[in-house]
Design a protein around this ligand. Structure first.
Ligand SMILES: [Zn+2]
Length: 161
């Protein structure tokens, strides 16, 4: 199964995710990485300002976190600053092919029940109990909800190990 469609717990077990969760990174860097992963093989297009708003961080903190992840070999970044930049988890399987496709892979959009944005299907986790087989909330919203919920304890434990 393509990693973009793995349920989040399974995704966090993947070696290329686990190495970031247990590696020499700050909590913010780990959360940033998980967020970038949540965008799937098409990559994360968020600007530093948008990421900063998401995490309550300044642009400098975001820039430093991205630099640390990139120099650790966890991120591949294409394009220039701002909108045209895309960030990918560098060690995810098949990511170089995804980059070659420049995001032309998945076109069918679905509306997130939480943030209301239309997003590609790869930006939703699988949920076999739903009619379309996808979760109602997008991955970014699911991750936010997970971080807030008691499930986040599991992740915090992993991070603190
Ligand atoms: Zn959403």
């Amino acid at each position: 199964m393509e990693w973009a469609y793995l349920p989040e717990e399974e995704l966090w077990e993947q070696p290329w995710v686990a190495r970031v969760l247990t590696g020499p990174y700050s909590d913010k860097e780990r959360l940033l990485f998980l967020m970038i992963v949540s965008f799937g093989p098409e990559g994360c297009r968020m600007t530093n300002t948008e990421i900063g708003e998401e995490f309550g961080s300044t642009n400098n903190v975001v820039r430093r976190a991205i630099n640390n992840l990139q120099s650790g070999g966890e991120l591949t970044i294409t394009g220039n600053k701002g909108r045209s930049r895309r960030m990918y988890p560098a060690r995810a399987p098949g990511i170089s092919q995804a980059q070659k496709m420049k995001g032309r892979g998945v076109r069918v959009k679905k509306r997130c029940g939480t943030c209301g944005e239309w997003k590609n299907q790869s930006e939703f986790y699988r949920n076999v109990s739903k009619n379309d087989g996808l979760a109602g909330a997008c991955k970014a919203c699911s991750i936010k909800a997970t971080i807030k919920s008691r499930k986040s304890r599991v992740m915090r434990e992993k991070i603190n190990k």
